[in-house]
Write a protein that binds this ligand. Structure first.
Ligand code: NAD
Length: 476
């Protein structure tokens, strides 16, 4: 299927569109053309979703682990059957390559299957007490969740936002990105078709600030789960704090990559360059600041620029494309401004630095070196296809640069020195550290950051724990 589907709000089991609702144009980033009209929720729609979420929670909190596992496994099975359709929808509205979109569906299947097993392991404990008394500690679902998912992983982000509450016995109102609604609706549909009661998981879209204010002002919502920028995350965390709602905040990063002279430099380049330009660099754990030890700096820079310049850029549906367009015009403008400010400040441009073509939101893979530490791009998350290379003389200086920013999401290091590997794994301030590997996730592994990159986790047992509250029960 290459047709883009009809768009709607999914509230209390009903597909809502039309009426006097305003709409948002969904664009194909490869062409810039409008491919869909997304209805935006009114405040009456949001109230209806809140009522349904309260009802859905009252029943789903009593569901058995087996019922939850059946839904999650069933949804995973349906997603496998629908993989090609869902992946194509994601490419049409987000721009990434079809190969990457298929991987994203696969990761979502893995997460639902992992959670399906994990629901049987939501254990409590019994405390030692005098005879006749019993004290237990139990974990209960936190309540209805308001979940906000961004556009960079149009399948994976909604999968995370829906999967954990469903596994924990919560209900969830998801607002996925208005830029990529159809992928999110397709993920939700798999859960509903697998038997999830429709009031347990719903999808709304709207003006983001209005939707989040409306939902977070409601006492029905007991938890906020947000993935997006640190700036928006800070606003939402304040709104959640008014009512002491629990929060999981997956915010921005500025991934440092420490490359030591004793690493296998060709292997690092063969791994790091595709990793950098995956999804056009629009990845919160993207490697961004390459902190390179002096003896290998020149060779690393030359090898990086050569490989980046050789990447084939094109529409995500074209099989030969290795990188698609950026997701929206905002990203093209933002990345272009950051790159040109850095060059004006003295950074050296080795390849890229320009928009590509005269339609769609294409941008060249870009490599900058000797970037002044004060340049905005060295301090703000670029979230685009640009690598920043700088030269350092000592391990101490490299660690200091890695920890310089208030972000702490993903960090990477490449070295063959075993003692140094241990030192780095404890010295680097980040929620996820990859040493001699770009692989820092997995369905069974907690994903999350520290400091301005947020708090709480998705994936792993921690992803379910984040949707549970702890209760101590003492019986005399
Ligand atoms: P943005 O910060 O306005 O939006 C990011 C996401 O948050 C979008 O999906 C948007 O719909 C949502 N959002 C915005 N305001 C919101 C609100 N008040 N309530 C609820 N949701 C809200 O910016 P953008 O132009 O879409 O993206 C730019 C920046 O966002 C990037 O530079 C990057 O730092 C960050 N971002 C991070 C991730 C991530 O995975 N952590 C994903 C996408 C974007």
């Amino acid at each position: 299927m290459s047709e883009y589907p009809e768009l709607y709000l999914m509230i209390d089991g009903e597909r809502l569109s039309g009426a006097d609702r305003m709409t948002h144009d969904v664009l194909n980033p490869a062409t810039g053309e409008t491919i869909g009209k997304l209805p935006l929720a009114t405040s009456a729609d949001l109230d209806r979703a809140l009522d349904a979420a309260a009802r859905g929670f009252a029943t789903w909190r009593k569901s058995t682990p087996q019922e939850r596992a059946n839904v999650l496994n069933g949804a995973a099975r349906l997603m496998r059957e629908r993989m090609e359709d869902i992946a194509r929808i994601a490419v049409l509205e987000q721009g990434k390559t079809l190969a990457e979109a298929r991987i994203e569906v696969g990761m979502n299947i893995g997460l639902f299957e992992f959670y399906a097993g994990e629901v049987f392991r939501i254990y409590g404990r019994t405390l030692v007490r005098p005879e006749g008394m019993r004290s237990t500690v139990v974990h209960e679902p936190v309540g209805p969740v308001a979940a906000f998912a961004p556009w960079n992983f149009p399948i994976g982000n909604p999968g995370r936002k829906l999967g954990a509450p469903v596994a924990a016995g919560c209900s969830v109102i998801m607002k996925a990105a208005e830029e990529t609604p159809a992928s999110a609706l397709a993920v939700l549909q798999c859960l509903h078709d697998a038997g999830l009661p429709t009031d347990v998981a719903q999808a709304v879209f709207g003006v983001p600030d209005e939707v989040s204010r409306h939902l977070l002002a409601s006492p029905v919502i007991r938890k906020l789960s947000f993935t997006g920028s640190t700036v928006v995350g800070r606003q939402l965390a304040k709104l959640a704090a008014e009512d002491f709602k629990r929060t999981t905040m997956e915010l921005g990063g500025h991934g440092p990559v420490l490359v030591f002279a004793d690493a296998d430099i060709e292997r690092v380049l063969d791994t790091a360059v595709p990793q950098k330009f995956r999804n056009g660099g629009q990845v919160c754990v993207s490697p961004t600041r390459f902190i390179v030890e002096a003896p290998v700096y020149a060779a690393f820079r030359e090898g990086f620029a050569r490989r980046a310049a050789a990447l084939r850029i094109g529409p995500g549906l074209a099989p030969e494309s290795q990188m698609g367009p950026l997701a929206n015009p905002r990203r093209v403008e933002a990345i272009d401004a950051l790159i040109h400010e850095a060059v004006d400040a003295g950074a050296r441009l080795h390849t890229g630095g320009e928009r590509l073509g005269n339609q769609g939101f294409f941008y060249q893979p870009t490599v900058l070196s000797d970037v002044p530490q004060t340049a905005r791009i060295m301090n703000e998350e670029p979230f685009g296809p640009v690598a920043l290379l700088n030269r350092f003389e000592s391990e101490e200086a490299m660690i200091a640069e890695a920890n310089r920013l208030p972000y702490g999401l993903a960090a990477y290091a490449w070295t063959s020195n075993a003692a140094r590997q241990k030192r780095l794994s404890s010295a680097i301030e980040a929620g996820m550290v990859g040493i001699n590997t770009p692989m820092i996730g997995g369905a069974d592994s907690p994903f999350g950051g520290i400091k301005w990159s947020g708090h709480g986790h998705e994936d792993g047992p921690e992803g379910i724990m984040a949707c549970l509250v702890t209760k101590a029960v003492h019986e005399g």
